[in-house]
Ligand binder design. Structure first.
Ligand code: NAD
Ligand code: ZN
Length: 376
């Protein structure tokens, strides 16, 4: 088995990401390298638990660790106050202490929730991310952002808390439903759009199909995505500047997610990001920043992969331009007055713009949400 290592450089909080098909089998060895650990609490969801918990928990028990596990319902609604309480009490009840370890074993929902519980129980427990979705392997498990949702909005309650290790076993993705695979892919291609044209061209030329089918391009895509994210996070851990580039497509995307009340049956995060990125390209074009060919090329690729690109594709609609704009204003990335957007000058050339006029956004959204699936 070949294992790739991506370091995340954060002074006293540095760690490594190990990427490989089958790397889960090395979990016990990797954890023993973290020093003295007695107890391990695995937090997972019921879907992942049924498919993969055995492969993680049994070797850890054999290695002599005191292992407990908690499986929560799958889905975004699990990022709640109630589940945070449940996980926190579980960790206290199982007597996890500073030297022990929490493992977040699941997609971004479990990573965000278990990571946040680890940040606050006993003022901070160590935790390891073992991401099981493509989205979590290329994005949410890296960088230390943890959160739950408030009834008033996504990710509003959280903390920065870096993991001690990330293990990305790409074989775990073999059981991932196609829809979640596509959603995760939206975050992969995002790295190309925001700063790496050559990566985009590699994906577009056919690597994307191999990511889905499970060839070596999958490991390579996870590695390059993690490298891109690690570089940005190392420059700007707490999002004072550059890290905001990672939000390409997310300002529009979060508004769409809010419009469907985070109903995953209608829209999942990665789909919202795909639509949001296409909107960011089109919006940039409207501002005269990018050529029509570039916009079309980005859009065509998202469509080829099977991702939605138009708000109109969302079952049940997304309300009005006014309500979307209201959601954008409430998004935490918006500072008072003018709106902040990640815009593009070309594929691979994004930048942060902090002075976008809300009226211009509303006019864009009015046209955009009426655009039908056949429109350009
Ligand atoms: N912290 C961050 O920096 C960050 C970044 C991006 C996204 N996020 C968060 O991540 C969440 C989305 O993550 P997600 O898309 O991984 O969602 P998810 O955790 O809900 O997983 C998606 C679905 O896949 C299932 N699943 C997971 N692994 C599987 C496997 N190996 N085989 C079969 N099924 C599997 C899950 O049970 C779930 O039903 C959102 O809450 C978003 O806010 C956080
Ligand atoms: Zn995202």
């Amino acid at each position: 088995m070949s294992v790739e290592t991506v370091p995340v450089d954060l002074a006293g909080r540095s760690y490594v990401i190990r990427i490989g098909r089958g790397v889960l089998a090395q979990a016990a060895d990797e954890i023993s390298a973290l020093g003295k650990v007695k107890r391990i609490a695995i937090i997972t969801d019921q879907t992942v638990s049924a498919l993969h918990l055995h492969a993680l928990a049994v070797p850890l028990k054999k290695a002599g660790y005191n292992v407990s596990s908690l499986a929560l319902p799958a889905g975004e609604r699990t990022k709640s106050w109630a589940c945070l309480e449940q996980v926190s009490e579980f960790l206290i009840e199982n007597r996890l202490e500073r030297n022990d370890l929490v493992i977040a074993f699941g997609g971004g929902v479990i990573g965000d929730l278990a990571g946040f519980a680890s940040a606050i129980v006993r003022r901070g427990l160590r935790y390891v991310q073992i991401p099981t979705t493509l989205l979590a392997q290329v994005d949410s498990s890296v960088g230390g952002k943890t959160a739950i949702n408030s009834p008033r909005g996504k990710n509003l309650i959280g903390a920065f808390h870096q993991p001690s290790l990330v293990l990305a076993d790409t074989a775990l993705l073999d059981t991932l439903p196609l829809r979640d695979m596509r959603a995760g892919y939206a975050e992969v291609v995002k790295y190309g759009f925001l700063g790496d044209r050559a990566f985009f061209e590699w994906l577009e030329a056919g690597a994307w199909q191999e990511i889905f089918s499970g060839g070596p391009a999958r490991e390579e895509a996870v590695r390059r995505s993690c490298l891109a994210k690690a570089a940005i996070v190392a420059r700007d851990e707490t999002e004072q500047g550059d890290r905001a580039l990672l939000n390409l497509g997310h300002t529009f995307g979060h508004a769409l997610e809010a419009a469907v009340q985070y109903d995953a049956a209608r829209l999942v995060h990665g789909e919202a990001v795909a639509i949001g990125m296409r909107q960011a390209f089109a919006f940039s074009h409207g501002l005269g920043l990018i050529s029509g060919q570039e916009v079309t090329r980005a859009r065509k690729h998202l469509e080829a992969v099977g991702l939605p690109v138009l708000p109109n594709a969302i079952p049940g609609g997304v309300g009005t331009a006014r309500s979307l704009l209201e959601a954008i204003r409430q998004d935490k990335k918006v500072s008072a007055g003018a709106l902040t957007f990640i815009l593009v000058k070309g594929i691979g050339e994004s930048f942060i713009s902090r002075d976008i006029d809300p009226d211009v956004v509303r006019a864009f959204l009015e046209k955009d949400i009426r655009r039908d699936t056949s429109g350009a």
